[in-house]
Design a protein around this ligand. Structure first.
Ligand code: C2E
Ligand code: CA
Ligand code: CA
Length: 234
């Protein structure tokens, strides 16, 4: 499990991280998630993978708690394919209880596309996740058919603006307008905004100007191994 730090826009301090899986393959070297997650989603192994990542994250937070290191919220990606699995929420809660971690230190990221088929069941699942005390974020916002009307209906703490808004090169005026309006809308709905894929100072400065509260991207740090992350937070 690698960790990509999340930064507070104003203080530029690390205020959390996202857990991202890597596969050290014996002959093919380090595999990125895109190389195996679709397969795992198809064969069902993704449930075990996401549970494994959650365990690793809980283990880490529990170690920090024991060592007196200030705790921060770590997010875990939840594949949409097992959102509807029986007892999912109980399973998540059991892991966190096992490690004795206050659940608000765990955030689950649900990708925007998980919301397309919303039919009431998803809302119930999300409410159950919130009832357990976890945080919830809508990942990849803006990458597809953004569910604007669902933003006000679903119990979301954070929206993660997709990196599509931050293209290579100078920032486009149209992207600036969209980013500032989404951040504004989120603020009015009392949802925190985080922008992903920040690669340049220009982008970071713009996000500060429009009041996007959190940032994540190569400009600050790539996803890094646990030991490197722990060094970084000192
Ligand atoms: P994601 O959840 O949108 O994760 C963010 C991806 O953007 C990561 O790719 C990260 O390395 C990359 N990224 C971060 N900052 C920048 C930047 O400044 N520029 C650019 N170009 N890219 C940036 P990664 O680690 O390859 O993960 C790809 C996807 O695989 C993730 O997208 C997520 O959907 C999935 N994934 C990763 N780990 C897990 C996991 O444990 N469980 C599940 N279900 N999915 C996972
Ligand atoms: Ca994510
Ligand atoms: Ca994302």
């Amino acid at each position: 499990v690698y960790f990509q730090p999340k930064y507070d826009t104003v203080t530029e301090q690390i205020i959390g991280a996202e857990a991202l899986i890597r596969w050290k393959h014996s002959s093919r070297g380090m595999l990125p998630p895109d190389a195996f997650i679709p397969l795992f989603e198809a064969n069902g192994f993704i449930i075990e993978l996401d549970m494994y990542v959650l365990e690793k994250v809980c283990e880490l937070i529990a170690t920090w708690a024991k060592e007196g290191i200030p705790l921060m919220c770590i997010s875990v990606n939840l594949s949409r394919t097992h959102l509807y699995a029986k007892n999912l929420v109980e399973q998540l809660a059991d892991v966190v209880k096992k490690y004795g971690i206050p659940p608000h230190y765990i955030e689950f990221e649900l990708t925007e596309s998980a919301f397309y088929e919303e039919n009431g069941t998803l809302l119930q699942i999300m409410e159950a996740i919130k009832e357990q005390g976890f945080r919830l974020s809508m990942d990849d916002f803006g990458s597809g058919y953004s569910s604007l009307n669902l933003l006000s209906k679903l119990p979301i703490d954070i929206i993660k603006l997709d990196k599509v808004f931050l293209k290579e090169g100078e920032m486009q005026e149209s992207d600036r307008i969209i980013i500032s309006c989404v951040v504004d809308m989120a603020k009015k709905l009392k949802i925190t905004s985080l922008c992903e894929g920040v690669e340049t100072q220009e982008q970071s400065d713009y996000l500060k100007e429009v009041g996007c509260q959190m940032q994540q991207g190569f400009y600050f740090s790539r996803p890094i191994p646990q030991a490197v992350f722990e060094n970084l937070i000192g």
